[in-house]
Design a protein around this ligand. Structure first.
Ligand code: SAM
Length: 322
């Protein structure tokens, strides 16, 4: 059974607050003068914390594929001058992005996966059914198909599969059928159009939901549009490859599929050596690459969940480069 993903739609607009901020910083422990990377810059909260921690001689590189996040965080972090560098792009290209900026080894890397409140609370972006807007949902609005494009082209079976896998939606079948029926009448291009179709398809069963009936559909579509789960294991491996010995990586995920990919990837790098226990030096040539710092994922305190309900499904995992 998958754990519940971040169901952002159940709460009203809230200013973006960095999730598990103190826990992340204490696991990363960046030293004064260090170079650190934020793979998911967003509103710049975690990057700001890192900039403060690395002090006047340290540097932070922040990656985001959303031009609006880059602009927002750059304005927020202006006071740090050239100690902060924003890099626009997909973090799955992090090695190329950092090499392009002349960075080859770093001490701390953070990734806070998923969507930011800046994106979720902006009606023009189409991430939320709380506002009527275009069904876009692209984190990078300049590339790839939008949610409306996916809804127009996916088969009923594909749509059902996405709703099940990424949304854990029990009514995936009826919702997929209703979408296909609706799009034969008129194109599905607005958030409210979709949420109404979903609410009708979910029917009376949806009244038992604690959340709006369209919550899981919107989450699933967002994950599919942005291919959020693809390439996560490679991302973790690439991040580790950039760390110096003793450097640390922290990843916050919000969906059980993301958390599983992060866990699997870290484990594979922590359990490479096949030498018998007790050998003074590794003889198999497959030394472990990392030491896991979080045998169990760190989760937000009840106080954090109370003050920021969007944090409730967060899972933080961290590892140190050996
Ligand atoms: C949860 S927010 C990060 C918030 C940030 N940690 C803070 O404290 O303000 C996630 C950000 O990562 C970005 N993002 C998600 N997937 C990405 C990817 N594959 N490449 C680059 N940026 C990505 C999103 O655009 C979003 O701005």
């Amino acid at each position: 059974m998958q754990s519940s993903a971040r169901l952002e739609e159940n709460v009203g607009p809230v200013p973006h607050r960095s999730v598990l901020a103190a826990e992340t910083l204490s696991l990363l422990e960046p030293s004064l003068g260090a170079t650190a990377v934020d793979l998911t810059l967003g509103a710049g909260g975690h990057a700001e914390q890192l900039l403060e921690a690395v002090g006047p001689t340290g540097r932070v590189f922040g990656i985001d594929r959303d031009p609006e996040a880059i602009a927002h965080a750059t304005a927020r972090l202006l006071r740090f001058g050239n100690r902060f560098v924003a890099l626009r792009g997909d973090h799955r290209d992090l090695v190329a992005l950092l090499h392009g900026a002349g960075v080859f080894v770093v001490e701390a890397i953070v990734a806070d996966l998923g969507i930011s409140s800046l994106q979720l609370d902006d009606p023009r972006r189409g991430f939320s059914f709380r506002f009527d807007g275009p069904l876009d949902m692209r984190m990078d609005p300049t590339s790839g198909p939008s949610a409306a494009d996916l809804l127009a082209t996916m088969s009923e079976a594909e749509l059902k599969d996405i709703l099940r896998t990424y949304g854990e939606e029990r009514m995936a079948g009826p919702i997929a059928r209703a979408v296909v029926r609706e799009r034969a009448r008129r194109p599905l291009v607005r958030t409210h159009q979709l949420s109404e179709v979903v609410a009708r398809a979910a029917g009376p069963a949806a009244r038992r939901y604690r959340i709006h009936p369209a919550t899981r559909t919107f989450q699933a579509l967002r994950i599919a549009v942005n291919r959020e789960v693809e390439g996560l294991e490679g991302l973790v491996a690439d991040a580790v490859s950039l760390l110096r010995r003793g450097g640390r990586l922290a990843v916050i995920s919000f969906h059980s599929l993301e958390d599983r990919a992060v866990k699997t990837s870290l484990r594979a790098m922590a359990e490479r050596c096949v030498c018998p226990p007790g050998l003074p030096v590794c003889g198999c040539g497959r030394e472990d690459l990392v030491r896991i710092l979080t045998p169990r994922p760190v989760t937000p305190s009840p106080e954090e969940v109370e003050s920021n309900p969007r944090s409730r499904s967060a899972r933080l995992r961290a590892a140190e480069r050996l």
